[in-house]
Design a protein around this ligand. Structure first.
Ligand code: ADP
Ligand code: MG
Length: 390
């Protein structure tokens, strides 16, 4: 799960990480009121207004603006709210801006990059830092890999003095080693306490006044640990997620919408990936990744089928089930239940293997549904691609 920048900053503040001062707004009037309050409290005459979407690259896409008057805030906020922002990270469709964040402008002397992320190879949380802040870290990694430092954190000893010295040296601010140590300790505590999978501060800035501030913040959480963090779960902004993906989550289905037109209903993540690959191999394009899991019941299968059917891009559906723990007859009943509620207007290709496959096939055959049966994975994919042309 991801959260907005303003939420991430509030969370970081509660772990003693210094950020810019600001508040979120949903209307231009609110933004102006917040700016007035900020100027009274912090004696500022310049503000930064930032689009709140779950994607970075806003600065380059016109979603971050330095404003020098309340009028400027009002007109920028009005134009930004409700608009669709297309950044490097949103994909071509972009994301609608429903919230903005008004923050005191900082006097930036330098911008750095710092993040904590899980390194699965070393099974450690690691610190990634670079003096090239404010830009794409991926680009720095490609063009100037030696400008990035990557340090593992031992889960027993935690953040140590050498971490802060290496980071401070990389950022070229050895005189701030103590402050970096404090920052790393606070970030690491946040990471562990909140079961994060990523904390990314880009940029971390050194202000002209000499303090270190997180000017941007991205935090992702481990979905499997969210049940331990009800307050964090409540920060979820459902508008930032695909509606079908949110619906799928409610039923414990792993669903990711894609751009293609062959809907896939599969059990097991590996088989789902293989199915997508083989569809592409035969010239088709999958409309989704969908893993109903090993022990789904009829309701879950039926829900999964409905979610696929609701996608208007779907022009054919491929059901590819290897019945192990999952029984093929349950899949068949789920499909029939869903098809009886929603009209099935697209070709349905079904490949059933494993436990109760004959029973499953029989149930589907007797259902009166127009089904194209397939035996192997190749045949199923070929038939799905061919069905698009009919
Ligand atoms: P994104 O990563 O989505 O482009 P950022 O929050 O990193 O958005 O903002 C982009 C740039 O805008 C930053 O690199 C920084 O130069 C500037 N900026 C952001 N917030 C402030 C602020 N409070 N004061 C001054 N400049 C800011
Ligand atoms: Mg940023």
């Amino acid at each position: 799960m991801n959260i907005h920048e303003y939420q991430a900053k509030k969370l970081l503040n509660s772990f003693n990480v210094a950020t810019g001062y600001g508040e979120p707004a949903e209307t231009a009037e609110e933004a102006v009121t917040i700016a007035k309050e900020l100027s009274q409290e912090f004696d500022t005459k310049t503000w930064v207004v930032k689009a709140q979407i779950h994607a970075g690259g806003r600065g380059k896409a016109g979603g971050v603006k330095l404003c020098k008057s309340l009028d400027e805030i009002s007109s920028y906020a009005s134009s930004l709210l409700g608009s669709t922002l297309v950044t490097q990270q949103t994909g071509p469709k972009g994301q609608v801006v429903r919230k903005i964040y008004v923050e005191c402008a900082s006097n930036i002397a330098s911008e750095f990059y710092i993040s904590l992320v899980l390194n699965r190879n070393t099974q450690q949380v690691c610190i990634i830092a670079s003096a090239e802040g404010g830009t794409d870290i991926e680009e720095v990694a490609e063009k100037n890999p030696d400008k990035i430092v990557n340090l593992g954190i031992c889960s027993v000893s935690g953040i140590q003095g050498y971490h802060s010295r290496r980071v401070a040296a990389t950022l070229g601010i050895l005189d701030k080693t103590k402050e970096i140590l404090h920052l790393l300790q606070c970030l690491y505590e946040t990471y562990l306490d909140c079961d994060c999978s990523l904390i990314e501060i880009n940029p971390l800035v050194l202000t002209k006044e000499g303090s270190l501030l997180a000017l941007d913040a991205k935090i992702s959480f481990d979905d499997n640990a969210l049940y331990r963090h009800k307050a964090i779960e409540a920060l979820n902004d459902r508008f930032e997620e695909d509606a079908a993906e949110t619906e799928a989550k409610k039923y414990d289905l792993s669903y990711v919408k894609l751009e293609g037109n062959i809907g896939c209903l599969v059990n097991g993540a590996g088989l789902a990936m293989a199915t997508m690959d083989i569809i592409q191999h035969y010239g088709g394009s999958p409309a989704n990744f969908l893993d109903v899991g090993g022990n789904a019941n009829k309701e879950q299968v039926s829900k999964a089928f409905q979610i696929i059917l609701k996608d208007e891009n779907v022009k054919a559906i491929l059901v590819n089930i290897f019945g192990g723990i999952m029984r093929c007859d349950i899949i068949a009943h789920g499909i029939i239940a869903a098809a009886s509620e929603m009209q099935l207007k697209v070709p349905l290709i079904v490949r059933l293997q494993g436990t109760n496959k004959d029973l499953g096939k029989q149930i589907l055959n007797e259902s009166g549904l127009n089904i194209i049966a397939a035996d192997g994975l190749d045949e199923a994919a070929k038939k799905a691609v061919a069905a698009l042309k009919d």
